[in-house]
Ligand binder design. Structure first.
Ligand code: GDP
Length: 324
């Protein structure tokens, strides 16, 4: 990491929309060094009044569904509509494989050279919970730097969605036609979280299959319990390579925002998300607090050994850990 700046310099730089300072501030957020975390906490505190004014869009789908290609085209539409776009990635697999979605910016060739666009690959280390939390803070920094459309891309393998869902206003699920839910590894729970579904690669030989899939998914969604906001998730088809149906996805998101804002649900959902992150941090701290206590750890390990040998019930084991 380059030399650290003063906290005020980071804050000023971000607010002045200086992209290199923004990138450096995000690097601090992603760092696991205590010193860096301390600085980033203070930066976030200072930029907080300038955050919140964006559309936060989550995009998920299995590898190969066409996320990058979609974002490349969708992002250009956003720019044409005078949005400033930030693309952030959350990749749960990167912790293990050190690989990273968006690792290669050339996958979004045009978008990555656009002045109105900021693309940030996923951090390649840290626990999943940590990665999502860091993404939350990166979103805030991007908003303070004037980005008003934040895309959070995640691989739809079922681990990161719940958390990414807690970061976004609209959760878009990209699906392939004719591959079957199982094959795509998309769990029902993820479908239930989606505010919109889009069948990708609706072109060439795939056209009919995509339309059938659209109808099937629309039917499936109607069987889900009604959402709190009363919004019924829509199912679209698109082709990113032929630039078909992408604008319709934009319209769907706009419609959703109007719908939820008119019912005050938009703000309510954000408040609930803030509470979610507060609570998850509190729980993390509680855990940290206990596990840093040597005596606790010893009782914990003892109890664990006893339950694996079937010498004590789980309930008694748990009680024994918390009895001093
Ligand atoms: P990701 O892993 O979800 O980010 O998927 P990519 O965007 O990298 O796309 C995976 C593959 O599908 C690439 O070979 C793309 O060229 C192809 N692809 C993406 N979108 C479309 C599309 O709209 N139509 C067709 N025919 N192919 C597409």
């Amino acid at each position: 990491m380059k030399n650290l700046l003063s906290i005020n310099k980071y804050v000023e730089g971000v607010l002045k929309k200086d992209i290199s300072v923004l990138a450096r501030a995000i690097t601090l957020i992603e760092s696991s060094k205590e010193e860096h975390q301390e600085i980033s906490k203070q930066i976030i505190e200072k930029i907080l009044p300038y955050t919140g004014k964006s559309v936060r869009l989550g995009i998920t789908g299995v590898p190969g569904v066409g996320k990058s290609t979609f974002i490349e085209v969708f992002g250009q539409i956003l720019v044409q509509k005078n949005h400033k776009v930030a693309v952030l990635a959350v990749d749960p697999s990167s912790t293990l494989s050190k690989g990273s979605i968006l690792g290669d910016k050339t996958r979004m060739e045009k978008l990555s050279i656009d002045d109105h666009v900021f693309i940030r690959p996923s951090p390649s280390s840290g626990s999943l919970g940590g990665v999502a939390r860091k993404t939350r803070e990166s979103i805030l920094l991007c908003e303070a730097a004037g980005f008003d459309y934040i895309i959070i891309e995640t691989v739809g393998v079922g681990q990161s969605e719940t958390e990414v869902h807690q970061l976004t206003d609209f959760f878009l699920l990209l699906m392939l036609a004719g591959a079957g839910d199982e094959l795509q590894g998309i769990k029902r729970g993820i479908m239930e979280m989606a505010d919109g579904v889009t069948i990708t690669k609706c072109d060439g030989n795939n056209l009919d299959k995509a339309k059938i899939a659209r109808a099937e998914y629309a039917n499936a969604i109607h069987l889900f319990p009604p959402t709190e906001s009363g919004w019924i998730p829509e199912v679209k088809t698109c082709s990113s390579t032929e630039n078909n149906g992408i604008e319709e996805v934009y319209d769907m998101i706009e419609k959703y925002i109007r719908h939820t804002q008119s019912k005050n649900f938009f703000q309510k959902k954000r408040q609930e998300q803030t509470t979610f992150w507060f609570e998850s941090l509190i729980q993390e701290k509680i855990k940290e607090h206990f596990f840093s206590d040597k005596n606790f750890l010893q009782r914990y390990n003892n109890a664990k050994e006893h339950i694996t040998k079937n010498e004590i019930s789980i309930l008694n084991a748990v009680n024994s850990v918390f009895t001093k």
